[in-house]
Structure formats: structure tokens, C-alpha cells
Design a binder for this molecule. Sequence first.
Ligand SMILES: *Cc1c(COP(=O)(O)O)cnc(C)c1O
Length: 451
Amino acid sequence: MDYSTRNIDDAFFEASKMVNLVSKSDDEINQEERTWIAQSTYDNFKNHINKGFLEYRKSVTETEGIALTDWSGQGSILKDVLGREFIDMLGGFGLYSPGIRHPKIVAAAQAQLERSPQYSQEMLDPLRAHLAKVIAKLTPGDIQYGFFANSGTEAVDGAMKLAKMYTGKNGFISTIRAFHGKSLGALSLMGKAVYREPVGRLLDGVRHVPFGDADAVEEQIKSAIEVGDGIAAVIAEPIQGEAGAIVPPDDYWPKLRKICDKYGVLLIADEVQTGFGRTGTLFGVDHWNVAPDIMCFGKALGGGVIAMSGFFASAKIWKVLELNPFMHTTTTGGNPIACAAALAQISVLLEEDLAGQAKEKGAYIQSKLAEIQKQYPDVLSDVTGKGLLLGMVFTDDETGFEVVSGLFKRGILISGTLNNSRVVRIEPALNIPYELIDKFLVELKDVIKNI
Ligand SMILES: *Cc1c(COP(=O)(O)O)cnc(C)c1O
């Protein structure tokens, strides 16, 4: 083999160098090494990841000197490689619901790593099966069976495939500004042109209706039937996350349930962001006592420790996967470390009443934001969301950006929403201490005052 066009020695040297660094304890890494990590990360992003990010990330554009470089964290505090500290009001877009490195979740994942990090792919895997049982007990209605994967978009793709197989129909009804992931299946459901158009043709038969409008869903189902397009499922987020923490009218989900039953269409709740306590109830649909046919999970499922996702449905629906169980598989999804982390995440969720904390802390933040809004209505025009999936709606994009940038410079990490740039999300760990919330609120008020 002729490897002369490659740089094998360098690859070995560079790989070993970083392995040595990450294997050191944090106080063994000296300043010179830290600076090297930060500087080479910037260069590696430029040369090997995507230059475009360097123009967007506040860690680069809003930081004096060396770009902020992710390194460590605990609870609701993030620390960059050079030791700069931030209060995490972003929660990794909802993945850090139990906080960063929750000790019980880390311990479970670590213990499983020591025993067996992956499955043989042949023997029956105990943690996967146990986790499915636990989630079946936790979810509404007759949800019983589940499939685990690594990312939210995979969970949504799986749910779509299941709905198509079960109903024998191809169409989906999604919502405007919806976010369900970016792989080709889930992207077809995306409710925002900017992410769809450049990709060209996506899955056929997806119709988008305004979020919160159940009558529009029924109209579309009727029109699809009229012209012979079958609809497999209606899919929506219980509370739209990336659209700006949008809460639908109270009768929306109950109406969707009725409409789906009336026309024999499945109802899929994408709980990737709203699941596991985020909005103040165990799942988003629990606000309206609705039992969907299929539920998708992700983000917080792995406890902020590991990538983990899944989709679940009733025994009746799951039957279509039983004839040939190889119809839907993944080699790494639902691996033992991920399942151990997810089981620990669920026990922390229940033990610490994370849903209750989200509800109480969300209401507290909302009441404080209402005061700020009253005082500065020409800056903060609305507050959206439930629990700790909240959105601050600013009068325009620039104001929103100024607030985010001002907070960032004051050591608070916060971010906009993907499909609505006027809305800045508040999505911290559900067990964030009140002291940190108050610190955030003081800084927020100060930033807004200065605008
Ligand atoms: C984040 C998200 C996804 C996609 O999850 P990934 O892990 O990023 O693929 C899907 N649906 C919703 C509602 C999300 O918030």
C-alpha cells in the first residue's frame, strides 16, 4: 500500500497528543497546553469543521482574545479551557435537563463503561429492555414498545417509517416553523424554508399547517383524502421549541387526538425537547392529558451525559415491526452506556422532581420577566413557553442579539431559537439553583436597561 500522499506519522502524533491531554486530570494541564488547545481548536474549526461557524458563534465574535473553548462543567456552570466561567441558561438546547455531569448519571454510565460499553449484537441486552419497560410505565396511554437510537432526528425518522408501515400511507401533516431534526426524513417535516430549499426535493406528501390550528389539520386531512393522498400521521411538538417556545391553545392537542381518531391517522408527539420534565410535566402532552400513538424522545433522555434517543408506540402499532424485526435496526443506538445513563436520568427526574422544579422555576422567571416587560415594553415585547422552555420575544432581531451578546459578556450563556430569531430561549437545567436564576435576572435587567 502506498501511503505516501498522506501524513500517517502526523496523524499518530496529533491523535496521541490529544489523548494524553484528555487523560490528564484538570490540574495537571498547564497554561501553555490550555492555550494550545484553544488556539488549535479555532484553527481546526477553520480547516476541518466549518469556517462558517466562526462567524456565528458568540464564543468567537463576542469574545475578546482567544475564542471560548468548551472544556468542563458541573450543574449549571460551564468552564472554558482557559478557566472562564459561564452560567448556563441554555442547557445545551435542552439536553442538560438534570444539569451538567449529574453525579448519579455519570456514575451509572461510568460503571457500565467498566463492565461493557457496547453490545455483542447477538445476546439479549438487559439494559435496553429494562429501559423500554421503564419508559412504557412513564408514558401516557398504551405506549409499550420502543426503539433506541442516538439522535432526535433518527427517532423522528423511525417514527415516520413506523407510521408509514402501519397505515400503508405516505403523507404527513407537519406545522409551520416546526423543528424535527435535519436528516432527510425529519427535514421533510421542517417548517422553515431556509433549511429545506437548498436541499431540493424531500419526502413527498408532507403538508404544513399553522401550529396551534387544529381545524387546519382537519382541512388538510380532508383535502388529502379528497385527492387520494393518504395521510399516515400528524406530527407536532407539544410546545414548539425552535419556533420560539410556542404554547398552542389548550384545546389544540385534545382536538388533534379527536381528528386523528376520526380519520384513522396516527398522532405523533415529538417530545425530543419537551420530554422528561422540561415544560413542567413529565411530557409535553401531559399538559392536556393527551395520549399520542407514537412518541419521540431525545436530548435529555441521555441525562446530558450521552447521545440517546428513541421512539415508542403501542403494541398494536409495533406489530408491523415484529414480522421482520430487522426492518429497523441500528448498531450503536441504545448501547449499554446510553441505557445506563437514561435509566439514571429517569431516576434523577423522579427523585428530584425535576418536572415540579421546572414548573415552579419557570413560573418564577415568567413573573420576573413580566415585570421587566412592563418596564421596557419597547425592548421585551412578549414572554412565551412553559416550565423551563421559555422564550423572550424582543421587538426585533437586533435587540435580541444585543441582549444575548450583553449577557454573554457578563458571563451568561444563552441563545436564540433556530426558526425564530426574535426569540431568545431560557432553557437551563431543571435543577438550576435560584441564586443563579436571580443572578441571570439581575444581569438581564441591566443589559435591557442599557439598550
Ligand atoms: C432537537 C430536536 C430534534 C432533533 O434532535 P437531534 O438530536 O438534534 O437530531 C427533533 N425534534 C425536536 C422537537 C427537537 O427539539
